[in-house]
Each structure stands twice: as structure tokens, then as C-alpha cells.
Design a binder for this molecule. Structure first.
Ligand code: PEP
Ligand code: MG
Length: 588
């Protein structure tokens, strides 16, 4: 158990400081059902068990490397014993034999075998053996969760308000969240662009991720201070620490009140250039609050959460009603609905996604939709129908070739014709755009531009695919460099291609909300910056202190650089001219 006031270090992904009690989720032993297997399914069940072991091995190895790098070889050794347990030939053989002989499901058999093993060890009065018992239960829970497909986390019915502490949270865990009761997220796994992070920012909930094994030290009911700005989690703070953090919470509230009071002011540079600010939204329920507080449109509505929230697929009526409500609530501003971007790190168990070695390079987003036209058409019909009720735009994610764009546009045309033939109201002239988040699309932007009304650059993926760096892997996050010259060059190519064809360009990746990098985006001539609503006031303040011609000079200089660090250096120098309190706000 950590001593009082221990500070755990992770990655702060959603700003703000909160204090609350720890609620541990997803670590309870998973529930196991007994199932009798038909004869023909037995070998598949053995294979499923082996796959769960393989996955567990892989996860443990990742944890091991991370802990070794963070706190050294000695502390990581525990995972060697975890790995040995997963590979224990006695247990594995027994489970496989029992699946075959007793014709029961793998979870049930594995649970029983481990239960017997633990009961045996429990009789031995030796503290070393007892410690080993905890390890065995830990590993067993991991294997069972992997057999069941995911960690069963239920955040929709919390008994009391507190701070959710979990190994990881999947998009479906966070989609059903009870927001009244969740003050912050703290997870062992994750990065700034993982979906836990994006959801936390969308909901304005402070979050710290990537705490690795240090989180195992937190107990249910511990008092925690979560500092989502700096990535700190203080366990059972001392009275002095509490006073200090309570003061920061007050300063934070005052800062937000001050910048929000200025939210009516235009997002305009000192020399009069207007930049459109917009919000990234995942949930229809956010829209009302967004309009009231920030008065901006939606530059990216991620529709996957509408799919993820349900247990099965939504029908056209469900989609239509959600999109219509969003279009009406955000009016007179506009909304860009992005068609389904499933795959990568976003999965739907009920869609039976293929198991892939490289999901981020696989059947994701538009590729999935063009394969599953039944699902795609339903969504397109619903978005088109909603376009009769507000200012609706639509865009396709992850386009990597011109053919892909043309295929998507052809399906859209067919759906429009279908609606027209049925006499169903819709705006057949709605603006249609595409995301640029794959380098191949960035480099042929001049060929793509004639076919769309706008581009929206998804820098989260563009950086991932350009630098070949998994956006959710903390081990290589040092390579995740939005300021890399390759990205700046691609952005320049995209904007020039768009302007040559009279089209506009937005950025809807996290880069748009990074104060240090915003002047670069302004200088490149980006028309719209779309970000988590919580970032809008600060970005607006920043824009109001920048001169466009100076931002353009910054870009010229950045284009001469060879490394991300050099570009960052220029950006730091540029931003040092801006009044410090804008950037050094208490909790941004
Ligand atoms: C992006 O890739 O920058 C983006 C906005 O899309 P997502 O984060 O949903 O992949
Ligand atoms: Mg993306």
C-alpha cells in the first residue's frame, strides 16, 4: 500500500483537478457461466482457450516492458511469474483435456481448474505461497476476461460519486457512463488519443491514463487527487496537499469563468483574420450544453458511439432521430456527421469484426462500410433525412485512395435517388467532405479535391500513419510528433490543393487544440479548427493574440526544419510573445 500522499505519475489527458474516493472497476473476478458444448464445437473451444492464453501472454509482456522501463527490472520480475502461470503446462493440459472430456466451455473449465489449485495452495500456511495465490487469481481473471472478449466494466450504475480506477476502459464502457457519479478517470493503459482520453475530454471529466502497474496500489475508497493537466494522482493526500489542491481547484474555476465570459468575442487574429472554431462531439446529449456555452458548430460528430452504446445494431429510425436532434439543437450552426469509423481501437462485439494482426491497418472505417453496405446505407439514409432539419454536412473517414472516395460517393448518390423515389425529404445538395488522415490521401489531395466540398484533417491518425507509430502505445509515444516537418509539409500540400479548387480545410485531430501548434495551423491557412469543447476558450484567446502574417512566417521557417524538436522550438519562441496567463492557466 502506498504511503500517505504518494504521487503516481501518468499521462494527463483531460484537464482539471478533482478530489474524490477511488471506485475500482473491472478488477472484480469475472462471472463465469457453465455451457455444454455440442460435439462439433470442441476443437474450436480448445483453440479459443489457446487464443485467450496468447492474448494474455501478449498483454503481460507489454506490462512487463512498461514496468521495467518505468521502475526497473526488479519490479518487473513479478510478470515473469505471471507469464509462467499462463504457460503452466499442467494447468493448460488439464483444461484442454477437460474441455474435451467434459464438453464444457473454456471459461468454466479454466475457472474450476484454477479454483482447485488455489484451494490447495490456500491450505498452506506460508506468506510466499499466499502472495502467489493473488498472482494466480490475477492471471486467471485476465485469461477469463480475454475469453469473454473484454473486461466487464459497468459504469452506468455507480452507487456513489467518485473516481473510476480501471486497468483500461473500452469505448463501450465509457459510452454508458453515469456522468453524475464519475468525477475522474484513472487508468493503467491508454494515451492522449486513445478513446478513453477523447471521451473524458468530451465529457469534461479530468483523466490520467498510462499509470501502468502503480495503479495496483490503489485500494477501493482511497482518497485521490487527480490532476488531469499534469498527469498526477495523489493517493491519500496529506492535509497540506489537500489545502494546496483545493486552492488550485478554486483558481481553475476562476480561470474558466474568466475565459468563458469572453466567449462572445470572435475568434479573430489581431490583424482581422477570422478562424472558425468548432467542436468534436461524441454524444447527442452534449450538443445542448455546447450551444449554450460556446455557440459554435460541430466540426466532427463521431457516430461510432451511437453504434457502440447499443447491444445490437441501431435501425434507421434510431440513427435518424439522433442526427435530427443534433441538427436541430446545434442550429443555426452546422454539424459534420462522420460516417462510421469502426475498427482500429474501436470495436463492436456484435458486428463480428475480423481478428486482425494490425487492426489500425485493417478493416477500419470506410473500408468496413464499403464491405458492409447494409450498415453504411442505413447510416447514409439517416444522415440525409436529418439534413432536412438543419445545416448538415457529411464526411467519410480514412479515405486512402481516389477509388475509395468514388465508391463512397456512388453509394451516397444511390441512397439520395432512393430517398427521392420514396418521396422522403432531404437536402440533396448537402456538403460532402472527406477526412485526410492517411498519407496517401494527403499526397493526392489535389486529385481528391475536385470530388468533395471540404477536407477535414484527422491529425491523430495522420501522425500515426505517417510516423508509423501506434497512437495508443505509450512505449513509443516519443515518436508521436504532430510537429514533425513531414506533417507540416503534408498540411501545406493539403491546403494548397484545396485552395486551388476553391475548397476549405479543417483540422479535427487533437493538434487543433494544442496551443503551441495552433499558430502553425493558422499560418497554413486552415479555415476551421475543431476540438473538444473544453479547449475552445483557450484556443480562442490565443487566436486573438496572434498576427496572421507572423504565423505565416512561422510556417515558412518550420518548413525549413528537419526535426519535430526544431519546429517545436520555433513554436515556443513564437508563443512566448503571447500573454503568459493565457497558456499558463491553472489547469490547462
Ligand atoms: C483523427 O484521426 O485525427 C480523428 C479526428 O479521428 P479519430 O480520432 O476518431 O480517429
Ligand atoms: Mg481518425
Amino acid at each position: 500500500m502506498p504511503s500517505s500522499g504518494t504521487c503516481l505519475r501518468g499521462v494527463g489527458v483531460s484537464a482539471g483537478v478533482v478530489i474524490g474516493k477511488a471506485i475500482l472497476v473491472g478488477r472484480r473476478p469475472p462471472q463465469v457461466q457453465e455451457q455444454v458444448l455440442p460435439e462439433g464445437q470442441i476443437e474450436a473451444e480448445v483453440a479459443r482457450f489457446q487464443e485467450a492464453l496468447r492474448l494474455s501472454r501478449e498483454q503481460i509482456a507489454v506490462l512487463r516492458t512498461r514496468v521495467q522501463e518505468a521502475v526497473g527490472q526488479e519490479n518487473a520480475a513479478i510478470f515473469d511469474s505471471h507469464l509462467m502461470l499462463v504457460d503452466d503446462p499442467g494447468v493448460v493440459r488439464q483444461v484442454e483435456a477437460q474441455i474435451r472430456d467434459r464438453r464444457r466451455n473454456a471459461e468454466h473449465v479454466f475457472h474450476a481448474v484454477i479454483g482447485n489449485y488455489c484451494a490447495m495452495l490456500g491450505k498452506v500456511d506460508d506468506s510466499y505461497i499466499r502472495d502467489r495465490l493473488t498472482d494466480i487469481q490475477d492471471v486467471a481473471a485476465r485469461v477469463i476476461r480475454n475469453l469473454q472478449g473484454h473486461a466487464p466494466v459497468d459504469l452506468s450504475h455507480l452507487q456513489s460519486a467518485g473516481i473510476v480506477v480501471a486497468d483500461d476502459l473500452s469505448p463501450s464502457d465509457t459510452a454508458g457512463i453515469d456522468r453524475e457519479h464519475v468525477r475522474a478517470f484513472v487508468t493503467a493503459i491508454g494515451s492522449r488519443t486513445s478513446h478513453t482520453a477523447i471521451m473524458a475530454r468530451a465529457m469534461g471529466i479530468p483523466a490520467v491514463v498510462g499509470l501502468s502497474e502503480s495503479l495496483a496500489e490503489v485500494n477501493e475508497g482511497d482518497l485521490l487527487v487527480v490532476d488531469g493537466t499534469h498527469g498526477d494522482v495523489v493517493v491519500n493526500p496529506s492535509p497540506e496537499q489537500l489545502v494546496q489542491y483545493e486552492r488550485r481547484i478554486r483558481e481553475q474555476q476562476e480561470w474558466f469563468a474568466r475565459v468563458e465570459a469572453e466567449s462572445e468575442l470572435p475568434a479573430e487574429t489581431l490583424d482581422g483574420f477570422h478562424v472558425r472554431l468548432a467542436a468534436n462531439v461524441e454524444l447527442a446529449e452534449e450538443v445542448e450544453r455546447l450551444r449554450r456555452r460556446h455557440g459554435v458548430g460541430i466540426g466532427l460528430f463521431r457516430t461510432e458511439f451511437l453504434f457502440i452504446k447499443r447491444d445490437g445494431l441501431c435501425d434507421e429510425k434510431d440513427h435518424f432521430e439522433t442526427y435530427r436532434k443534433v441538427a436541430e439543437d446545434i442550429f443555426p450552426n452546422s454539424v459534420i456527421f462522420r460516417t462510421l469509423d469502426i475498427g482500429g481501437d474501436k470495436f463492436l462485439s456484435h458486428l463480428r469484426m475480423p481478428v486482425e494482426l494490425n487492426p489500425f491497418l485493417g478493416m477500419r472505417a470506410i473500408r468496413f462500410c464499403l464491405r458492409r453496405l447494409d450498415i453504411f446505407r442505413v447510416q447514409l439514409r439517416a444522415i440525409l433525412r436529418a439534413s432536412a432539419f438543419g445545416k448538415v454536412r457529411l464526411m467519410f473517414p480514412m479515405i486512402s485512395t481516389l477509388e475509395e472516395l468514388q465508391q463512397a460517393l456512388a453509394v451516397l448518390s444511390e441512397v439520395k435517388e432512393e430517398l427521392a423515389a420514396e418521396g422522403i425529404q432531404h437536402n440533396s445538395d448537402l456538403d460532402v467532405g472527406m477526412m485526410i488522415e492517411v498519407p496517401s490521401a494527403a499526397l493526392v489531395a489535389d486529385r481528391l479535391a475536385p470530388h468533395v466540398d471540404f477536407f477535414s484533417v484527422g491529425t491523430n491518425d495522420l501522425v500515426q500513419y505517417s510516423l508509423a507509430v501506434d497512437r495508443s502505445n505509450p512505449d513509443i509515444s516519443y515518436l508521436y510528433q504532430p510537429s514533425h516537418p513531414s506533417i507540416i509539409r503534408m498540411l501545406q500540400h493539403i491546403t494548397q490543393a484545396a485552395y486551388a479548387h476553391g475548397k476549405w480545410v479543417g483540422v479535427c485531430g487533437e493538434m487543433a487544440s494544442e496551443p503551441l501548434l495552433v499558430p502553425l495551423l493558422l499560418g497554413l491557412g486552415i479555415h476551421e479548427l475543431s476540438m473538444s469543447p473544453v479547449s475552445i476558450p483557450a484556443v480562442k484567446q490565443l487566436i486573438r493574440h496572434v498576427r496572421m502574417h507572423e504565423a505565416e512566417t512561422l510556417v515558412e521557417e518550420a518548413l525549413k526544419c528537419g526535426t519535430a524538436d526544431e519546429v517545436l522550438g520555433l513554436c515556443r519562441e513564437f508563443i512566448s510573445q503571447v500573454p503568459a496567463d493565457l497558456l499558463a492557466a491553472p489547469d490547462r
